[in-house]
Structures are given as structure tokens and as C-alpha cells.
Write a protein that binds this ligand. Structure first.
Ligand code: 8OZ
Length: 359
């Protein structure tokens, strides 16, 4: 019954418990898209989680889709993240960085030279982004040339090396939520007729190439990946999520990645949005399975006890509860989240939520 609070071996790391802080976009990066000056305090406050997964972080200027999200492609950004990882490690925590390319979920005002965002195909995302301090339609994307794809794989690989240089314990490839790798995987966004489109194998190709490149760079034991097979997040759709993601997960397992992090259902929404055999995915993957989406302590306990997951990632509850682990363990009430301070701003609604003893 208490296994959620017991240690777990994640590859070479021993986690203090089976509670993971999911990556959470907070739009508080400072000039140069370095992490917020409050980020070290914010993450260190949450270091009692077994594993922290730091917010989605763009691998290149082209990979950015929202204002004030941090990067991991300049020396200043690496130095900024080093402050964060040192603060977390000083508290005995473990921290991975989520590596992100948004693909078509972007706006010309965020793109180098005002260029169109890139995508598998020139199909707009039908979703909004946050830019110029307002929610705005994403811009019409252009289809990537075949010749441009190796550079994107190389950017992921370099970003992984940069993350290790910044002191992270590992990285999570963002393959979920309608961003670039998910756009390639799902046929609503991918109408390509080359080696990266059409068949299940071809649509999986970019995600698997990125997984292989990152694992080759930093080791599969430090490489995780997040997927969201049935989520319609950011306007993606798939006619065949089960065979698509069965194939992807079979191959991710062969790469020996340390964990598979699955958004079960619609991201931040209903878990039963579409029929899908998540237990089957878990059986196909030989590493650690991290389950996410709408978990509370009861559901987490049930899924861990039934062997349906190894670790449970909590997202929104970690925003308002730096001591979420202690609160779950003692049965204490949770702080309420203030929606007005979720995206953008400073310390307010970020590093000033009280612990139980402070409240
Ligand atoms: C909320 C707002 C902006 C981005 C994701 C990185 O859904 C995000 C994100 C979430 O994975």
C-alpha cells in the first residue's frame, strides 16, 4: 500500500520515492531565454519528489513556440541551468530536463528572421500560442525539406550533451502533446510521401532517430521519452494510434531507453478520450513506465499495486504544493492553484506557495 513512498532504482539512480514532478511550462525565462532567477528555488522546493522533470526547454531558436520558455543551446542557458541542478542536488533531489521542438506550434514573431514555423507538412496546428503577451493563433507552417531533418536530430543530440554539461541527471525527449515528434507520428499532421511519412514505420522514424541520437550521446540509461498516443493536444489526430505507438514503443524498448513516460488520455483532460491499450504499451517496454494524467493518490496507489506503472507523474498538483510528497504521505489538504499566475510573471505563484509548516 505504501510502495509509492518507497525508493525505486531508475537506471543508475536511486529515487527516494515513486512520485515524479511532470514537466510544467511556466513561461518565466529571463533575457537570453535563461531559466528564471527563481527557478533554482522553485525546483529545489520540490526536490522531495523522487524525480523532477524540468519544464519543456527548446533545443534551438527554431524549436521555440511560446514566449519566455527557456533554452538549452547557449552557454548562458547552460550556466543558468547549472544553478538549478546544483540547488536540486544540494537537497538530495534528482532532475531530468525535457528537450523540446514545438514544430508547427509557433508563431513567426518567435522564429529566427520571422520565418514560418517548421512542420512535417504545411498544415496549420489549429491551436493558440502565447506570444507578445497574448494568446494568438499559431502561424502557417512550412514543410521541412528532407535535407533539413538531420540537423534537427543533431540539435536534439547537442541539447542532450548540453543538459549533461548543465548537471542534469538525464533528459526526457518530448515526443508528446502535438509538438514536432508527435506531429510526425500522427497522420492528421503528417501528409509526407518521403521516408518520414505514410506508413507507421515512416511516421515513427524521426522520434526513433532522435531517441537513438540522444541515447548515443548521453547513454540510454539517462534517456527517457514522453508520448501521448491518443491526446488531441495542439490539434493533432491519428487514425491508427494503437499500431503506431505499439511500433514506436517496441523500438524505443530496443534502444534501451531508461523510461517511457505516457500521457494516458487527453493531456490535462479525460483519461478515456479514446480506446487504447496502455497496459499493452507497458508490456512492450522493458524499462521503467511512468504514468501521467489526472492521477490522485488513490489512482496512483491502485495502478502501482496492480503493476500498471512503476512511477506516477503529477503535474498541476506540484505547482501549488512544493511539499506534495509530504502532503500525500500525511493526508494533508492540498493548496489550490492560482490560474492567473500559471504562465509568466515572477516569484508570485511560482516559488511562493507555502509548505504545510509555513502555512
Ligand atoms: C502548457 C502550455 C505551453 C506548453 C506541453 C510543453 O503541453 C507543453 C505546454 C503546456 O507539453
Amino acid at each position: 500500500m505504501t510502495q509509492i513512498f518507497e525508493p525505486y532504482n531508475l537506471g543508475p539512480l536511486t529515487l527516494a520515492n515513486r512520485i515524479v514532478m511532470a514537466p510544467l511550462t511556466r513561461n518565466r525565462a529571463a533575457a537570453g531565454l535563461v531559466p528564471s532567477p527563481h527557478a533554482a528555488e522553485y525546483y529545489a522546493q520540490r526536490a522531495t519528489a523522487g524525480l523532477l522533470i524540468a519544464e519543456a526547454t527548446q533545443i534551438s531558436p527554431q524549436a521555440q513556440g511560446y514566449q519566455d520558455t527557456p533554452g538549452i543551446y547557449t552557454s548562458d542557458q547552460i550556466a543558468g541551468w547549472r544553478v538549478v541542478t546544483d540547488a536540486v542536488h544540494a537537497k538530495g533531489g534528482r532532475i531530468f530536463l525535457q528537450l523540446w521542438h514545438v514544430g508547427r506550434v509557433s508563431h513567426v514573431d518567435l522564429q529566427p528572421g520571422g520565418a514560418a514555423p517548421v512542420a512535417p507538412s504545411a498544415i496549420p496546428a489549429a491551436t493558440k500560442t502565447f506570444v507578445n503577451n497574448t494568446f494568438t493563433d499559431t502561424s502557417m507552417p512550412r514543410a521541412l525539406d528532407l535535407e533539413e531533418i538531420p540537423a534537427i536530430v543533431a540539435d536534439f543530440r547537442q541539447a542532450a550533451a548540453n543538459a549533461i554539461a548543465a548537471g542534469f541527471d538525464g533528459v526526457e525527449v518530448h515526443g508528446a502533446n502535438g509538438y514536432l515528434l508527435d506531429q510526425f507520428a500522427k497522420d492528421g499532421a503528417n501528409h509526407r510521401t518521403d521516408a518520414y511519412g505514410g506508413s507507421v514505420e515512416n511516421r515513427a522514424r524521426l522520434m526513433l532517430e532522435v531517441g537513438a541520437a540522444v541515447a548515443a550521446e548521453i547513454g540510454p540509461e539517462r534517456t527517457g521519452i514522453r508520448i501521448s498516443p491518443v491526446s488531441p493536444a495542439n490539434g493533432v489526430s491519428s487514425s491508427d494510434p494503437q499500431p503506431q505507438f505499439d511500433y514506436i514503443v517496441d523500438h524505443l524498448s530496443k534502444l534501451g531507453l531508461v523510461y517511457l513516460h505516457v500521457v494516458e488520455g487527453a493531456t490535462g483532460g479525460p483519461r478515456d478520450v479514446a480506446p487504447f491499450d496502455f497496459a499493452g504499451l507497458r508490456r512492450r517496454f522493458s524499462g521503467t513506465y511512468i504514468a501521467n494524467n489526472g492521477y490522485d493518490l488513490d489512482l496512483a496507489t491502485a495502478h502501482l499495486a496492480a503493476g500498471e506503472a512503476d512511477l506516477i507523474a503529477f503535474g498541476r498538483p506540484f505547482i501549488a504544493n512544493p511539499d506534495l510528497v509530504a502532503r500525500l504521505q500525511s493526508g494533508a489538504a492540498l493548496n489550490e492553484i492560482n490560474p492567473a499566475t500559471m504562465y509568466g510573471g515572477g516569484a508570485e505563484g511560482y516559488s511562493d506557495y507555502p509548505t504545510l509548516s509555513e502555512a
